[in-house]
Design a protein around this ligand. Sequence first.
Ligand SMILES: [Zn+2]
Length: 527
Amino acid sequence: MDDLLIRGGDIVDGTGAPARRADVVIRGDRIVAVNSDYAGPARRVIEATGHVVAPGFIDVKTHSDFTLPLYPRAESRVHQGITTELVGGCGFTAEPIPAGRLAAIADYLAAMAPGLPLRETSFKAYVGSFPATSVNVALQVGHNTVRVAVMGLENRAPTVQEQAKMERLVGEALDAGAFGLSSGPFTAPGAFAKPQELEALARIAAGVGASYTTHIRSEDGCVFRALREAITIAEHTGVRTRIVHAKVSGTGNWGGAPRLIAELTAARERGVPVECDQYPYAMALNPLRNLLPSWVQEGGTKRMLQRLCDASVRDRIRTEIAARGLNAFGHVPSWEAVRISTSSTDEVGRSIADVAARWSCDPVDALCKIVVSDRGATRAFVLSMEEEDVRALVACPWVLVGSDGRAYGPGGPLASELPHPRSYGTFPRILGHYTRDLGLLTLPQAIHKMTGAPARALRLTNRGVLQAGAAADITVFDPMSIADQATLDEPRRYPAGIAHVIVNGIAVINGGVHTGALPGRVLRRSR
Ligand SMILES: [Zn+2]
């Protein structure tokens, strides 16, 4: 007897092929048939008439490694149909933490991974002890973390020995099953690395067939130079490279997405293995301290706090921001565009303009004061993109979907955070708002972008498609009602229209309700 029959749905199989009516049959953790006339008995039947049956969605860009140990049920993820996440983007990962480096890495990750228990361990031990969760997890090793592990927040080139040490740590992580190396040269300490440092590490990944993902050095004023740096690394090393959360940030760059797509297309056409992903929102989220010039963080948190208490340093910061805009984001229309999302101060939900007015001070002083008051842990929304650019990237069929979000659930240690709505709404937003309502993509194209295409990018040979033999990761949704419902003011609202989510053959969402099951696996890179 089969375990599960999903009957009468419209199959959109993840390959980009049009929908067809068929039944899906599951035995154990596998799909055993996708038939148009299944007659056998099954222990359980899901009536899917009027619903789309698709492969489970694959989120290629998340930071859930920082929250899954706190929220293993991953409600924010599975309620939107996600069954697999590639975690550890932007160079920030919780491991490796070599002996004696726990304090430095805990200090560095304070703003990014609040509440996460960290321990000194090898990447191999980390992979082996990652907790059971509701989603499949693919891990990466982050350059920023590796650099802090080897040389702290020093703004200089590594010595030969330090470079070798970083290469060894990256190699060990890849051997332990990490899918690739991630980098984040937009901020300290990745910003202190020259391209050749990253290239040498990317070469390690290329050598074992792993990938390289990068939050490029600039997404604002120097976005095209930064893009070329990433393309050059792909070209020199042959490493499969993905620009994560591709965007053009800062008012001076608005309207630049078609050029960004054109430059990537040109590279792809000459055979460079480069692609990108995107989250479908005009608003970003980052530690507030990262909006300051990257030299502010040199030497670590203590040095940063000393600098920010110095009026002459704040004057220098003010001058630099006036000239170049916010680090990593460029010029924003006003200080209303920067709004506190997470902070131990009382300012959560307020814009920097608001805070400055309340405190009767200059906005840069207000920003610095907030950073100082919770030692750099505050995070902030930055409305730095233009909707037309977001749409241009959504409409590009080969741009993958990466939420840049995290696993959250009700309550728990992060209950006071205002998460970015992308953590709860990314995939339904593409399928509902951008595909059904605005018609930027066909439904099979949109589903391919979030299933078959990312599976190919991650070399997941048995996921991302609905076919006999594939892993039974399946999302069943109503194409008429699917919609994101998370907003800036109510960021924790689950999306509408996702009826059933199956992970490795086990129901995680059943009739829109989380079953509590934790059938996700830590995936290892296939060699
Ligand atoms: Zn990033």
